[in-house]
Design a protein around this ligand. Structure first.
Ligand code: GTP
Ligand code: MG
Length: 346
């Protein structure tokens, strides 16, 4: 079936391509280094294929370059042979990055923004706030405050950078139907902000299953071209995956899908200089011989994909303890905070 599809597309492409390519050679002045190459610069991509790629959310060279032929074929409804050719072309045109000097990396890092949590202790734990260009996983048992942190950071991200915000739009993927605009209003008022203005900048979508959840990320990627996406929240990252892929036999498939989902989220974080916050439940491991008997869902896949992991526990007197579990540049440590009517506070 795949072979037949390839042939069809190939023929169509050849017809469409020959003309614009010739025209381009005559009229377009090459070597304009500031200009990013576009899809139409790819070999074998005429207007029809370019449109298919765009519709599937691939308008960035790097996004294409890192795909496998079969995955691109599936996503953009192309033949595999055509996909392979397009990917090869994208690899040549994309700014893959390769090796960067330490100084260049430092410069990219210098663009990182830090988002305040409204708790001094939590901000300090995170070296000044939650970082952009990163995925932060917040995990803990029910009622530990994951959704409350999501709401608070959504509010704060709409604040100007000079006030500890990210000065941009927030996209909230709600899988458990626990997003509450009323709670956003309360927290906005708690920060002296106009609730209506804050709500206007938080865009919420309910995800009905894991496939829908992944599609919503594609949608955000598309919108990120015209909108300053500064934060994406997935609350919860794992609940649909956990419910849909039950049992040992489905584990590999579940992990594969989660991995793909997380990679797309990380790409969004990098490209948009945005913060991605994902929440995760824990499952108890009664057989654990030592250490904490609770473990986050998703195991190594989620653990490796997250740049920061914050483990929340309930404590006495309504206090919450947040433990920074995994971070590339910060020491492990704990912070105590409260969930109040006005939001997260020390
Ligand atoms: P699951 O999604 O069930 O796994 O839990 P979660 O970790 O997302 O918990 P969530 O963030 O929803 O925390 C719920 C807790 O936050 C409640 O038990 C309250 O203690 C606290 N909380 C929620 N809303 C308010 C509020 O308006 N005022 C105050 N003071 N506390 C609140
Ligand atoms: Mg929750």
């Amino acid at each position: 079936m795949a072979a037949k599809k390839d042939n069809e597309i190939d023929e169509e492409e050849l017809k469409v391509d020959d003309v614009p390519l010739d025209e381009e050679e005559d009229t377009v002045v090459v070597e304009v280094p500031e200009d990013e190459p576009t899809l139409d610069d790819l070999p074998g991509v005429g207007p029809a294929t370019a449109e298919k790629l765009r519709e599937a959310g691939f308008d960035d060279m790097l996004a294409i370059a890192v795909m496998s032929p079969s995955a691109l074929a599936d996503a953009a409804e192309l033949g595999e042979a055509v996909s392979a050719k397009i990917i090869a072309g994208a690899k040549k045109l994309a700014n893959i990055g390769g090796f960067l000097s330490g100084n260049a990396l430092l410069e990219k890092r210098s663009e990182v923004l830090k988002l305040t949590t409204c708790s001094v202790a939590l901000d300090e734990l995170f070296g000044g706030g939650f970082e952009t260009q990163a995925i932060c996983e917040v995990y803990g048992e029910f009622g530990s405050g994951k959704t409350q942190i999501g709401h608070q950071l959504a509010v704060n991200a709409t604040m100007p950078i000079s006030e500890g915000g990210l000065g941009g739009e927030v996209f909230y993927i709600d899988t458990e139907d626990t997003f509450r605009p009323e709670r956003i209003s309360q927290m906005a008022r708690g920060n002296g902000l106009d609730p209506e203005m804050v709500l206007e900048r938080i865009h919420v979508a309910r995800a009905y299953n894991s496939a829908h959840q992944m599609l919503l990320v594609d949608e955000i990627k598309r919108m990120a071209k015209n909108i300053e996406v500064k934060m994406v929240i997935v609350d919860s990252l794992t609940s649909h995956f956990r419910a849909e892929f039950l049992g040992r036999g489905k584990l590999a498939e579940r992990q594969q899908k989660l991995n793909k989902h997380l990679k797309e989220l990380k790409q969004l974080a990098d490209v948009s200089n945005a913060l991605v916050l994902v929440t995760n439940q824990v499952h108890s491991k009664p057989d654990a011989m030592w250490g904490d008997p609770t473990k986050p869902i998703g195991g190594h896949i989620v653990g490796h994909a997250s740049t920061f992991r914050l483990y929340l526990r309930k404590s006495k007197g309504g206090r919450r303890i947040g433990r920074l579990v995994d971070s590339p540049n910060l020491p492990e440590g704990e912070a105590v905070f409260m969930v109040t009517g006005e939001g997260i506070r020390d």
